[in-house]
Design a protein around this ligand. Structure first.
Ligand SMILES: Nc1ncnc2c1ncn2[C@@H]1O[C@H](COP(=O)(O)OP(=O)(O)O)[C@@H](O)[C@H]1O
Ligand SMILES: [Mg+2]
Length: 312
């Protein structure tokens, strides 16, 4: 039998199900997260990402299927698993009655650190979260990015080997997101395994070594960002915008691309060579309001798999 520390995977789920009454939020998913990787759940709101994360975090029991976290069964060894996890829930749940530093110290005391050790741990994590100059400030007036960094700092108090982050950057401005991504890269470089949920394809592309695309409780694709794009999309995409009211059916450009998608506000031509497709469009007398040639993204993968965009 394998000892806990030789467990091959940080998370191993087979046919994992979460039901709320008669509703299946997670509909039999298989997931394998390896030590040291950054693993992502990418999907729109309602896909079942948080429900999955809460089962992995051992705060919500599974309804069916099998789940092992750090080689253990959450139903049996929840507390032992939780002691080795860091959890950043979708909604910050900081204690607004306490200062920034106190939030970390109180949490450290929960984990059994001595008063002195809790204080030095808090200082170290404030430094890591770039919040040292806010140590004695109240939590409420902090920006969204600072609150998120404090929640992440708090999740690191017990030096977890597996960190779960549920939508770490939702609602943050680009600068705050990049700052946060930088901190997550550092953790990964230190050997912490990361599991991230997001509905931002750029976040998934930036952070994740491997990811699953989730939709309506199911996994619809799995791989590295590059693999998924290679498998489900083309190298480039030509985006055409036409004046409002001008009907341009997808078939119009069917022979210019591997695939054409007509969205309410754009027509997308999936092709290896966007610029030459654009020349053809012009040569045929079409005059779009604007045109853009870009590389394929995970958003294109999701659209291909579900017929919908990731963020509505
Ligand atoms: N406690 C709950 N009771 C009933 N339905 C829930 C509960 N939590 C989540 N759901 C439903 O399960 C589905 C998946 O939710 P969730 O896991 O939060 O998705 P995501 O995190 O991807 O947005 C949604 O339809 C949501 O309304
Ligand atoms: Mg969620």
């Amino acid at each position: 039998m394998l000892g806990v520390d030789e467990a091959p995977n940080m998370v191993q789920a087979k046919a994992l199900v979460k039901r709320f009454g008669g509703f299946e939020a997670v509909r039999g998913i298989d997931v394998e997260v390896r030590r040291g990787e950054a693993f992502g759940f990418l999907g729109p709101n309602g896909a079942g990402k948080s429900s999955t994360m809460r089962m992995i975090a051992c705060v919500s029991p599974r309804s069916d299927g099998d789940l092992r976290v750090l080689g253990m069964d959450p139903d049996v060894e929840g507390p032992r698993i939780r002691a080795r996890l860091g959890v950043v829930p979708q909604q910050d749940n900081l204690d607004t009655e306490l200062t920034v530093r106190q939030n970390l110290q109180v949490y450290a005391r929960y984990f059994g650190l001595s008063r002195a050790r809790a204080r030095s741990k808090a200082d170290e994590l404030l430094e890591f979260a770039q919040l040292s100059d806010r140590a004695d400030a109240e939590v409420d007036p902090l920006s969204g990015g600072m609150k998120r960094r404090l929640t992440i700092a708090r999740s690191l108090v017990n030096e977890p080997e597996l960190l779960l982050l549920d939508e770490p950057t939702t609602g943050l401005d680009p600068q705050a997101r990049h700052l946060l991504w930088d901190r997550l890269f550092r953790l990964k470089a230190q050997g912490v395994t990361l599991i991230v949920t997001t509905h931002y394809m750029d976040e998934a592309e930036q952070l994740c070594d491997r990811l699953v695309v989730m939709d309506a409780g199911r996994i619809v694709a799995e791989g590295s960002p590059a693999e998924l794009i290679a498998r489900y999309s083309t190298r480039e995409v030509l985006e055409l915008r036409f004046p409002p009211g001008q009907e341009v059916p997808a078939e119009t450009f069917a022979d210019l691309a591997e695939r054409v998608e007509a969205l309410p506000d754009r027509v997308l031509l999936y092709t290896a060579a966007g610029e030459s497709a654009l020349e053809q469009v012009h040569a045929r007398g079409w005059r779009p309001l604007s045109s853009l040639v870009r590389r394929s993204t995970l958003e294109d993968v999701f659209l291909r798999l579900t017929g919908r965009t990731l963020v509505d």
